[in-house]
Ligand binder design. Sequence first.
Ligand SMILES: Nc1ncnc2c1ncn2[C@@H]1O[C@H](COP(=O)(O)OP(=O)(O)OP(=O)(O)O)[C@@H](O)[C@H]1O
Ligand SMILES: [Mg+2]
Length: 442
Amino acid sequence: MARKPSPFVCSSCGAPTHKWAGRCGACGEWNTIMTARPAAGERREAAPVIALSDVGEDEFSRIATGIAEFDMVTGGGIVPGSVILVGGDPGIGKSTLALQVANSFRTFYFSGEESPAQIRHRAERLGVDTGRISVSTVTSVEEIIAAAESARPDCVVVDSVQTLYFSEVPGYAGSVSQIREATSRLVDMAKRSGIPVILIGHITKDGAIAGPKLLEHLVDTVLYFEGDFSKDYRVLRAFKNRYGSVNEIGLFRMEEKGLVEVKDKNSLFLNPYLSSSPGNAVSASLEGSRIILFEVQSLVSFTSFSNPRRMADGFDLNRLILLVAVLEKHGLLKLGTFDVFINVAGGFRITETASDLAVAMSIASSLKSREIPPSTGFVGEIALSGEVRHVAQGHRRIQEFARSGFERIVLPRGGMDEARRAGFAGEVVEVGTIAQAMDRLF
Ligand SMILES: Nc1ncnc2c1ncn2[C@@H]1O[C@H](COP(=O)(O)OP(=O)(O)OP(=O)(O)O)[C@@H](O)[C@H]1O
Ligand SMILES: [Mg+2]
């Protein structure tokens, strides 16, 4: 006799079970037991398959939102039928961004977090066309999908994914199974109808978009909206993008009238009155297709602890420890009795080794209490041997220094030719090792 199939299954590990439980006995995950799909029938119609060359191209035409920074991060605008997940800390401006993007379309805005009056109030403050945007506080996925499919708006915004509810799945709104199932229904709707969906998601304490990691696999694009609350700038980063690069960043400033695109991106991370106090050095970072200049600040102070402290804000701590070791060994700096603190101005985050030379020289400058001459830029990676090495796209970094009116750049050996080719007319200091760099600067 054939065994009766189990009516429930764990959505995480796939283990079948005969009764529903809050926790899967096989993998230990919570809220993952759901109703099993009916067993497959013996005969099914063959799935339609078409030649790749017969697939229409127009399905991929992007819709530019007119917000240049957003379009840049998404790879040229919103692709019809795509689902974009926007994550960010509470209050960072996710709803503001969504509303501003929505302004470019006839949008249905579903908000489980705010009342229509609150949304209208914000829309008026942002100068959004309130006639084109329709709002609803419905959180039932079925109703959202039905509304979108019958009225066919140009875009659907769901604020936020944590408030969605899908009646066929057990669990409260915001639970893992609810979020996952609701999202997959919306993805399904988007693909069928071609209506793009913007989903807003909260970020948990450990930095992941709340809900299962699986959410990131379900959607086409994952954007993170971040920034520093003490400053008014915001950075939009692509974490995943099926339709474009994930290296681009979008820069905004949060103002009374909403998010304003930043035209001169260096103004955010570079102090316009570049102080030439000891410990400050400027470098150039490659962010997607752009070069951004920023200032590194170091403070080296005598320690009263037996274990000197190393702290880094905006820079990898392990890289800092490594650079300190290289400075001790090959630069002959006695840092063992000093605390070393690094901060990257404006809350910028260094992700490249191309800024090593700037970081190392800012540490040396602070230790020696000797300032780096004003208007000096650094480009170079530091090897464990103390050697200063060339970096990727050095040419473009030098061009950016030239464009920003820098008078002096410190480059790896052989950098003079590159600097002249990049149109830099100022003084070029070529250094082969960090010891040479310190000789030339201090
Ligand atoms: N009148 C105003 N002038 C300037 N900035 C404002 C004004 N009102 C709100 N803001 C900014 O907007 C931010 C809130 O934006 P928004 O509601 O879009 O954030 P959110 O990420 O959707 O937040 P939540 O997680 O609560 O949904 C505030 O933190 C503030 O920086
Ligand atoms: Mg919000």
